[in-house]
Write a protein that binds this ligand. Structure first.
Ligand code: ATP
Ligand code: MG
Length: 634
């Protein structure tokens, strides 16, 4: 299938696309279903798939299954922050609720092409809101409900929505977060910049906060539960062009200011559904759980669209993996008989830190396939995931992809080929990775290089919202003719791909170029190390030196002996040249709100440039930074 997808991408994808419902089929000229220009020298970068075809992703994710007689099947199992609080929706019920909200939006004047901002935690109303927008051709912009008023305001100013959908408050772990106050502040900031939002539809999440305690602005604010039930449970579909925009979403902000990525409808639909099906070996009857929040691309493609397009049963989780304790994930796996479980290395490392007992306490026998996304997974975390969580029974799909790519790019197909811990293995159908050198020349065989992609895939992002010039300069200008991912990568003798980290983070010690992933994995292989992040600092002799931040397993004390042990682990795994010059103890690492290590902040701490830490709007917990500064000389 892979060979065919490259030899004749148009026929390959057109066959798969035909399994979906199209109100009007795309026109085919000489069998061509896509157009692309990836080469800035040949004019503006442009990508189109199935253009001229008319469809609707909400119809394909819901109505299509209902018409096929599957309306009584579960779509969502919702598990609340506290154990014991749960709910579920069948495909029929989900469709009805989506229609009601879609009718509300229409009533408020939202039309095809208009933007709607969604600032909701992981309640069922979040995917409902996304689908309601898609149904009427509105463009959703989901903003992770952990962002500050300032970040929310920035994103509201960017897309100028008529309506914002939110809720009053949410419980996250032991904390209660008052979202409505944040929204109020964000909307007044936007107003001060000339953007006024007409309606603020607010879900009353009374588990977290009563209506009486919620700040209110009459005329603008509307309680969700007060109005929604008055709307009809059916709503006509707005058929949209395959190339009409579906959503706008910001990257995680690990390397700088977040970028507003725009995805369109047809190619995104076909690609997310297909990648979901193959990379998780999805089969009818599977219960699927992805721990990502819908505020990130993973929650768009692999909580909402990909699984629902396959008529899967999806677990939606409001809480966090270690609340009330480190066994929560496995408790949920047993409760719903989850067969496919998809999470991030950061969660795996933090659960690993808590030891075996919380895992072993639960059976996990329903698990069949495991997945990982977000960062390179250290081989020792991979082994723990495989051996302890999956009882050596479940293949791990380590999926490499990005907000920009919309769907999986390099990923195992479970069972199809042998896995290597820490490698994302091979490209998905239609994806042509290229490793290039600093001159933009493609290198073959075993090598290290800048990871680029040749040619488009159906869910290629079409632009950065309102800034096509930045789209071209960031992704297509560095290496002419290619999409540049920003990541470094190694290809081994078997053709397996190994992500080595961001190229901006590469460390050059005496002429050796060292990826962050390799050194971090060597540190994490030390039995007392829970997590590590390395950055470069200037060095008189070697040019740069490696500076490592290390988080220890729970209960382990700092000591000089342990410092030496950690350095030796790197010396042993990689070589003396990669040995960190300094080990900086880290009770925790600065991470984005999606759980990725922010090395750019660590670089500033390591080189003691504390005045300007850069854009920290996506930093999850700012206290971590001060803690690290305080530990500089410990
Ligand atoms: P920003 O672009 O704003 O700096 P970000 O790159 O973290 O943020 P995302 O689109 O959420 O935003 O993340 C994509 C990046 O995550 C990839 O470029 C890669 O560095 C990393 N990544 C994701 N999955 C994997 C994986 N399986 N293995 C290695 N790295 C991964
Ligand atoms: Mg990125």
């Amino acid at each position: 299938m892979y060979n065919r997808s490259l030899q004749d991408p148009d026929a390959f994808w057109s066959e798969i696309a035909s399994e979906f419902y199209w109100e009007t089929r795309w026109p085919e000229e000489n069998g061509k279903v896509h157009f692309e220009n990836f080469d800035v020298r040949k004019g503006p970068v442009k990508v189109e798939w199935f253009k001229g075809g008319k469809t609707n992703i909400c119809y394909n994710a819901l109505d299509r299954h209902v018409h096929a007689g599957k309306g009584d099947q579960i779509a969502f199992y919702w598990e609340g922050n506290s154990p014991g609080l749960d709910a579920s929706l069948t495909y029929n019920q989900l469709l009805q609720q989506v229609c009601q909200l879609a009718n509300f939006l229409k009533d408020k004047g939202v039309k095809k092409g208009d933007a709607v901002a969604i600032y909701l935690p992981m309640l069922m109303e979040l995917p409902i809101a996304m689908l309601a927008c898609a149904r009427i051709g509105a463009v959703h912009s989901v903003i992770f409900a952990g962002f500050s008023a300032e970040s929310l305001a920035q994103r509201v100013l960017d897309c100028k929505p008529k309506v914002i959908i939110t809720c009053n408050a949410v419980c996250r772990g032991p904390k209660i977060i008052n979202l409505k106050d944040i929204v109020d502040e964000a909307l007044s900031i936007s107003l001060a910049h000339g953007v006024s939002v007409d309606s603020c539809l607010t879900y009353a999440n009374e588990v977290a906060m009563s209506r009486e305690k919620t700040a209110w602005q009459d005329g603008r604010d509307i309680w969700y539960q007060d109005v929604i039930s008055d709307y009809a449970t059916t709503c006509d579909i707005e058929w949209v062009d395959a190339e009409d925009p579906l959503f706008l979403l910001y990257t995680s902000g690990s390397t700088g200011k977040p970028k507003g990525v725009l995805h369109t409808t047809g190619g995104y639909m076909v690609y997310t559904a297909t990648t979901f099906k193959y990379a998780f070996d999805y089969r009818e009857g599977d219960i699927y759980w992805c721990t990502a929040d819908c505020g990130w691309i993973t929650g768009h493609s692999y909580v909402t669209y990909g699984p629902l397009l396959n008529c899967a049963k999806v677990v939606l989780f409001e809480g966090v993996p270690n609340y009330p304790d480190a066994g929560r994930c496995w408790e949920i796996v047993d409760k719903y008989h989850v067969s496919i479980f998809y999470t991030a290395p950061t969660a795996i490392r933090s659960l690993m830190r808590a030891g075996l007992e919380p895992v072993k306490r639960h059976s996990r026998k329903s698990l069949r396939v495991l997945g990982s996304v977000g960062e390179p997974i250290n081989p020792s975390a991979w082994k723990w995931y495989y051996e302890v969580v999956g009882d050596k029974r479940c293949p791990i799909s380590d999926t490499w992809w990005q907000t920009e790519t919309g769907g999986f790019m390099i990923t195992p197909l479970p069972g199809a080929w042998p896995l290597k811990p820490g490698s994302a293995t091979y490209p998905f159908f239609g994806v042509q990775p290229a490793l290039v050198d600093e001159n933009g020349k493609e290198i073959e065989g075993v090598c290290n290089g800048y990871l680029c992609i040749k040619g488009s895939w159906p869910s290629t992002f079409r632009t950065l919202y309102g800034d096509h010039a930045r789209y071209e300069t960031t992704y297509f200008a560095p290496f002419k003719g290619y999409y540049f991912s920003g990541d470094g990568c190694h290809r081994d003798a078997d053709g397996y791909y190994w992500l080595t980290g961001r190229v901006d983070d590469v460390i050059n010690v005496s002429g050796h170029r060292i990826g962050t992933a390799e050194v971090e994995s060597a540190l994490v292989s030390h039995p007392q190390c829970a997590e590590a992040a390395v950055v470069a600092v200037d060095h008189e002799v070697t040019g740069q030196a490696i500076y490592a931040f290390v988080t220890l397993k729970l209960g382990v004390q700092y000591s000089e002996e342990l410092r030496t042990g950690l350095k030796n682990a790197v010396r042993h795994e990689i070589g003396a040249f990669a040995q960190p010059a300094k080990i900086h103890w880290a009770p925790a690492l600065p991470k984005t709100r999606s759980g990725k290590i922010m090395r750019r902040i660590l670089r500033k701490i390591a080189s003691k440039e504390l005045e300007n830490l850069g854009d920290i709007s996506t930093l999850a917990d700012p206290h971590v930074v001060q803690e690290l500064i305080d530990l500089t000389d410990v």
